[in-house]
Ligand binder design. Structure first.
Ligand code: NAD
Length: 391
């Protein structure tokens, strides 16, 4: 049941199979040195799908970290499927229990004070189960992607929009199920819409989480925290980087600097990581991104550079945050770049050329729409190898 690149149902066994495959990837690539400061107790906000789920799997199965995860998913009801993240969480906790990795998952609104308080209790409970029962949170992954946020202080509900700022936007997008190209139009955002998007997808809530953990004495002296952003090619900037979402991501970077200022004098460190464009439930609804990603995947697969969420997460922790030499490589603005393969000059040029040459006639053969469609279906538990859908 797919409408406008939004999938309305999910498949429990398919979701579990994808979680198991990501775990297997981590286990099969687990033959590297792990520095002593690697995560032992991690909090993953937005743990159920996409980058958050992959981060949790990389931390749990790559480093043996105990994890507390928070996400907002609809549980299954007798006559209705749950959302994919609901099944992913169940599968993650089940696989952890099988091998003795400690995990606890909370379902609720991470923006609320109530869920922050419940999470803090869960962290204390988990810490008591660890070998070193004085262990505090040493990694906080902030990977929320949400259309709405209720400000916990004012009670006002803000809605995020994906719109350009200043001038209207028009660009070619694609219906991933049919391959039909269409022109996506978006009117410029009002000042209120831009401000609301910053409220939802900016860094304010990340700061509140870090404050809450610090105030309750639960943040380790060497804690690291990371939030995710995207920059992408110039062809998407009008709608992404220079649009409402881009403003929110600027605010995320502001929050990162503010958190680091608060960490001054300790070994704690906050990072923003620029990740690769991938097919997640959030990215499929951004105009232009599905067509760009279909071209990008074609190029990256041909060059042997393609990665999914789990490959990105493993590289992020192994080669950046917990690198053996202890150095976390960053760009001029202090950001981690694991979009480095995507942004390579040859990759960008080939993807841009391909986008220029796409027509309705050649779109299915010249781009990787089928790869996009597969990843999209897989994110909901469908089209997963080895799963019997007739059963
Ligand atoms: N997908 C991409 O291509 C891409 C690229 C670079 C960066 N990013 C960034 O990565 C981050 C995660 O995005 P994603 O694509 O993995 O998204 P996603 O939709 O797969 O995951 C979002 C997560 O947030 C959770 N969530 C949403 N609202 C919540 C709430 N109120 N309370 C608790 N949990 C809530 C969901 O349950 C889910 O776990 C975002 O900051 C996004 O901008 C994404």
């Amino acid at each position: 049941m797919i409408r406008n690149n939004i999938c309305l149902n999910s498949h429990a066994e398919g979701c579990a199979a994808v979680v198991r495959r990501q775990i297997a990837y981590v286990e099969n690539n687990n033959v590297y040195e792990k520095p002593p400061n690697a995560a032992k107790l991690a909090l993953v906000l937005g743990c159920s799908t996409g980058y958050g789920l992959a981060s949790r799997i990389a931390l749990g199965f790559g480093y043996g970290a105990a994890t507390v995860g928070v996400s907002l998913e609809k549980p299954a009801a007798p006559n209705k499927n749950g959302t994919p993240g609901f099944y992913n969480n169940l599968a993650f906790d089940y696989e952890c229990a099988k091998v003795g990795i400690i995990s606890k998952t909370l379902n609720g609104d991470a923006f609320s004070d109530a869920v922050k308080a419940l999470t803090i209790e869960a962290v204390k409970e988990i810490a008591e189960k660890l070998e070193s029962c004085t262990q505090k949170i040493d990694m906080v992954v902030y990977s929320l992607a949400s259309p709405v946020r209720v400000d916990p202080k004012s009670g006002v509900m803000y809605k995020s929009v994906i719109k350009p700022i200043g001038t209207a936007f028009s660009g070619t997008s694609i219906d991933i199920m049919t391959g039909r190209l269409f022109t996506a139009n978006a009117e410029p955002a009002s000042k209120e819409e831009t401000a609301a998007t910053v409220k939802v997808m900016g860094g304010a809530d990340w700061e509140l989480w870090i404050d809450a953990l610090q105030n309750t004495g639960l943040l380790a002296e060497n804690a690291k925290t990371i939030a995710y952003t995207y920059i992408g090619p110039e062809s998407s900037w009008a709608i992404y980087k220079n649009g409402t979402i881009g403003r929110a991501k600027e605010d995320l970077e502001r929050a990162c600097r503010a958190i680091n200022a608060g960490f001054a004098g300790s070994e704690r460190k906050a990072y923003v990581s620029v990740n690769k464009a991938l097919v997640t439930r959030a990215s499929a609804v951004i105009p232009v991104i599905p067509l760009y990603v279909s071209c990008l995947f074609k190029v990256m697969k041909e060059k042997g550079l393609h990665e999914g969420c789990i490959e990105q997460a493993v590289r992020l922790f192994r080669e950046r945050i917990y690198s053996v030499d202890g150095i976390t490589l960053t760009d001029h603005a202090g950001r981690i770049r694991i979009d480095d393969y995507e942004m390579r000059e040859d990759v960008q040029k080939a993807a841009a050329d391909l986008m220029q040459s796409v027509t309705q006639e050649n779109v299915l053969s010249s781009t990787d729409v089928s790869g996009f469609k597969h990843d999209f279906l897989e994110a909901h538990g469908f089209d997963v190898q080895g799963v019997d859908y007739e059963d």
